[in-house]
Design a protein. Sequence first.
Length: 290
Amino acid sequence: MRFAKYHGLGNDFIVVDLRDVRGDDAAAVQDPAVVRALCDRQFGIGADGVLAILPAEHAVARMRVLNADGSEAEMCGNGIRCVVKELHDRGGVDRRELPIETGAGRLVCELGDDGITVSMGAPRLARGEIPMTGPAQERCIEHPIAIAGQPTRNFTCVSMGNPHAVTFVESRDDARRLAETLGPIVEHHAYFPQRTNVELAHVRGPQEIDLVVWERGVGITLACGTGACATVVAAVLTGRCEEGPWVRVNLPGGPLSIRVVPELSNVQMRGPAVHVFDGELDPRAVAPRP
């Protein structure tokens, strides 16, 4: 089975096109134990996750996101750009606009000279949609979360098809330090029945944010597309940014451009996707580590 290695600002993936793969191979490469073995950076190929490209009835393809720990995510912003580039460059899809089915719904992606722009859809703000505990229709904006051994911090929670908990910090250095300490605790907090991604954001100005993301099922990553989207939405909700203009989000792996469309009707993400190399694997021969 052919695979391709991609990254979006250092957030790296093993991409497998399974649209024409039948039988045991397609199932085996999506097995959680195989995913963990493939993503292992010392004993496997190494990646933040596996992206499976699957057939779709009402889109060019369907993307399934499998995290490095074998769990499944509803959506991946950097991943969808990698899937779009794979489909366009090597998957026989000769068009500039590609609709992709995801766990967050059908998303339209456009290839341009300055990167790939993804219409991510409207953010989901009700607790029941995120999901998190509490009144299902209530929003969670600047809600204090007490964490043992740490000062209470305010979090704004947003779903971009997957859950995010965003807190704003005083400096970029604080973002990295707190991502390491608070990230794993908040990810597993009782507020979040399906766990959550955690964003530590420093607002440099109304059109620029420094961001470090603790990604659910992965840890700190060099970039997170849905996390960047959720952070700009949270900044709009808390008056730190405005709807309409593009906001530069500086992640450890590089910048993404994020735009919140007026009335929170859509969020647009623009960024790169880079092909690294191709290879061959036999998923049934991958030996999961004990």
